[in-house]
Each structure stands twice: as C-alpha cells, then as structure tokens.
Design a binder for this molecule. Structure first.
Ligand code: GH3
Ligand code: MG
Ligand code: MG
Length: 433
C-alpha cells in the first residue's frame, strides 16, 4: 500500500473508508419500537440481529455487558437510562461478552429526525489499547463493588436525584423519580417477608422522626439482583448535616453484603446446633428438651393439640458399663437413639437426651391411647434389636398426655411416676398415668 498524501486525500476518500470500516450501523424508529441493521461485521455478525424490538436492543447494549449475558429481571427495567431516547448526539463505551471473551465497543447515537429516529454507529475497539484502563476500572470496582446503587433524596420535595446503579452501569441516571414513586417501584424487588420492614424504615415520617442531622443508620434485607436472585443487602440512610430542622436531605445506598451474611447465617446455625444438641448422641440435649416440653404445653393450651410425653430409661445400664466398659456403653447409647429416631422418623415427634441413659420423646398430635401403643411398639423394637457384643438390651417407658391445666412439673412428674411404675413392675414394659 502506497503512503497516503494527506494533501490529496478527499472527503469522498474518507467516506469510502468509513463505508468499509464501521463495524455495525443500525437504524432505529424509537416511536414504533423497531430497529433494522444496515450493516454488521466482525463480532456483530452474531451479536446483533437483523431487526427487532428497539427496547431489546437497548437492554442488550446497556445492561449486563460487564459480568454476564443473562437477562435482567423485569423490575430493573425501570432503571434504563433515558429509556433509549436521545435529544442529541450521544456516545458510550461498553464491554460486551461473546463466548467468554470481553470486547470493548464504542457506540455513537445520531438522532436524524425529531421523531425518535436514530442511527447507531457501533465499532469494536482494539482491546489491547484498553488493558490499563480496564485494570483501573477493576480497581475502582473492587473498592466499590459492594455498592449496588445509591441516590440522593429530598423528603421535603419528595424527589430523588443522581441515581447510580453500579451493577447495571457506571452512568449516573438523571431520571427524576419522586421518592414516593421510587418506594413503590423498589418494593417489588424486596423479599416478600421483608417488605413490611422496608416500608416502615423507608417511610418519610419514620426517617424524619428517627434521623437527627448527620445520623446514619441501616437495616438488612433480601433484595432481588439483576438476575432475579434474592441476595442480602444493607440499605443505608444518611441524613445530611444541616442547621435547618426542616431540611430533610438524605443519601441512600444499597450495599451488597450477601457473601458475609450467608457465612454469618451458617455460623449461627452451627452455634444453634452446638447449643441444642447432645454431643454424644447428636439428639436434642436437656435444655433444648425443656424448651420442647414448654412448646408442647403451649400447643395443648393455645392450639388444643393432643400432645403426649414419654420417658425411656435403659434397664440395668450400669451392668453394660461394668461388664463391657464405658466406651461400649457410649456406643450402645448412640445405637439406642438411632433406633428411636428411625422409629419416630415419620411422626411429628421430637427426641432428646434427658440425661445419662434417659431419653424423652415429645409426641405432637398424639392422643393418650396412641402414645401408649407407640411406646409399646418402641419398647418391643428395642428389645428385639441386637446390640453388638452386648446382645439384647431392654428399656422401661413412662407415658403421659398433657392436660390443658398442666404446669411443666405436673406433666413431667406424671411421666416420671409412670416410669417408676414400669421399673418397679419388673422393667421392659410401658406404664402410663
Ligand atoms: P435401672 O434399670 O434401674 O435404670 O438400672 P440402671 O443401671 O440403668 O440405672 P442406674 O441409674 O443405677 O445407672 C445408670 C448408669 O448409666 C450409670 C452410669 O454409669 C451410666 N451412664 C450414664 N451416662 C452415661 C454415659 O454417657 N455413657 C456411659 N457409658 N454410661 C453412662
Ligand atoms: Mg436412669
Ligand atoms: Mg436405667
């Protein structure tokens, strides 16, 4: 190729060059919500359709170019900047992902008539030229990536401004949404059980009453992200410093706290498990069973549900320890609870270790007679089960049903008396009171 002499280079030459080098040209009728692609080359051959709905094109080009190509959930469409309307020439650079490769594209929008007709000129840029720029953007994002969006609120004029939705785009949107409208829009993105809390805490009267100038406070809830998945977020309100008591300006920010929250919830579950389980047998411990018996009293007294209690005590367990050793005794206790757990698996019943070789079962929706039959079945199952080298073991069971006027001690002592009767009647039997 011979070197171009710029003195001889004409505007026609330039047009010829542009004609073959712009990667994609699209004509848009915004009013009819239609577009048609006039030319497309390179990555746009597959990425851009020949024609289609303009709104789909806007969504494709504005959203989700950063991290994924998934559709964004309908509720977020309220944040489309300008709603695809342009009052003059407009230009924007975005990343799009095709086959896991990020492409930097530049698009320029030319309004060509007053009535929402536009030409889109789109080019893929040389990615290598943006490596440093990308790294800088990434650094900034790493600092900021916990922020999903932020905005400025003036309660007195019921207005919002400078909404920035960082998960969607780095652009600040100059949409004029009233604060009250914004609450109504955002409520759909809040997890249904958290909506009440959201409405309370974002209520203008609540904010006025509870935020002195300069005060910042937050609450956590589940909120839908772009892909329609609920994630944990922190909603932060911060009232501007002011000496005017009637000046209610706030900065509002949504922070993504999902990963930390999930970790925290798992830790809490672990602690709850540790606090409520018996470490040897892994069934509920004494404290947890006391709570369960109180829950059972509540179920009888407030919901009129039939609840029965039983206590199982292994017969002559001391002999097992004396003859086979303490660790064999431990293994026996574990197997004993496994048999009971298996037996009550499909029932609405809760098993726990009351202490030593004594276990309690709270049986919901189980009347007296049914509880006696259940205990009898359990007793014979245990008596028929081989326990390794120690052979057979048996247990004695005391059964009672909760009365509407029972105190904890009333119910418990009755059950204990029944167990005492079973022991003094020769063991390996069920007694009830
Ligand atoms: P009874 O038929 O009257 O209930 O006789 P028993 O021997 O089972 O009753 P006793 O209350 O005299 O003894 C209970 C034994 O349970 C004493 C204790 O060594 C044993 N034991 C209690 N907790 C554990 C434990 O965690 N592991 C083991 N291996 N043994 C335990
Ligand atoms: Mg005992
Ligand atoms: Mg015993």
């Amino acid at each position: 190729m011979s070197k171009i002499n710029i003195d001889e280079y004409s505007y026609d030459d330039a047009l010829k060059f542009i004609n073959t080098s712009v990667d994609c040209v699209i004509i848009v009728d915004g009013d009819a919500d239609k577009y048609r692609t006039l030319v497309k080359r390179g990555i746009f051959t597959d990425y851009i359709d020949d024609e289609g709905d303009y709104i789909d094109l806007v969504r494709k080009l504005w959203y989700h170019f950063n991290n994924s190509d998934e559709d964004i959930t309908e509720d977020y469409h309220v944040f489309i900047p300008n709603e695809g309307r342009f009052g003059g020439k407009y230009s924007k650079r975005v990343n799009i992902i095709e086959n896991d490769i990020t492409h930097v594209i530049q698009m320029t929008v030319y309004p060509i008539e007053a009535n929402s007709t536009y030409l889109f000129l789109i080019d893929e840029l040389e990615t290598a030229m943006f490596v440093n720029e990308e790294l800088t953007v990434q650094k900034v994002n790493t600092i900021q990536n916990t922020y999903l969006f932020s905005m400025y609120i003036d309660l007195v004029s019921d207005s919002t401004s400078s909404i920035s939705v960082t998960e969607i785009s780095d652009e600040v949107m100059q949409q004029e949404i009233k604060y009250s409208e914004w609450r109504n829009m955002i409520i759909n993105m809040i997890w249904p059980e958290d909506q009440q809390l959201f409405l309370e805490r974002t209520d203008p009267d609540y904010l006025k009453k509870n935020f002195a100038p300069g005060r910042t406070a937050s609450f956590d809830c589940l909120m839908m992200n772009l892909e329609g998945k609920y994630i944990w977020v922190k909603l932060i309100f911060s009232r501007s410093e002011t000496s005017n008591e009637d000046d209610y300006r706030f900065v509002f920010m949504v922070q993504n706290i999902h990963e930390n929250s999930i970790e925290l919830l798992e830790t809490m579950k672990k602690y709850e498990h540790l606090a409520s389980r018996d470490s040897l047998t892994n069934v509920f411990n004494h404290g947890r069973m006391e709570t369960e018996i109180r829950n059972a009293l509540y179920a009888k007294q407030n919901k009129n549900r039939d609840v029965s209690l039983m206590i199982l005590d292994i017969d002559f367990f001391k002999h097992v320890n004396d003859k086979f050793g303490h660790s064999t005794g431990d293994v026996t206790l574990v197997q004993f609870t496994q048999i009971i757990s298996e037996y009550i698996r499909d029932l609405n019943a809760v098993l726990g270790r009351w202490g030593g070789e004594e276990f309690v079962v709270v049986c919901y929706d189980t009347p007296y007679e049914k509880a006696i039959a259940l205990a009898e079945g359990l007793r014979s199952t245990i008596a028929g089960e081989p326990f390794g080298k120690i052979g057979q073991i048996t247990c004695s069971i005391g059964v009672t049903s909760i009365n509407a006027d029972d105190s904890f001690d009333d119910a418990f002592n009755r059950m204990d008396r029944a167990l005492y009767n079973a022991k003094s009647s020769g063991r390996n039997c069920v007694k009830s009171v």
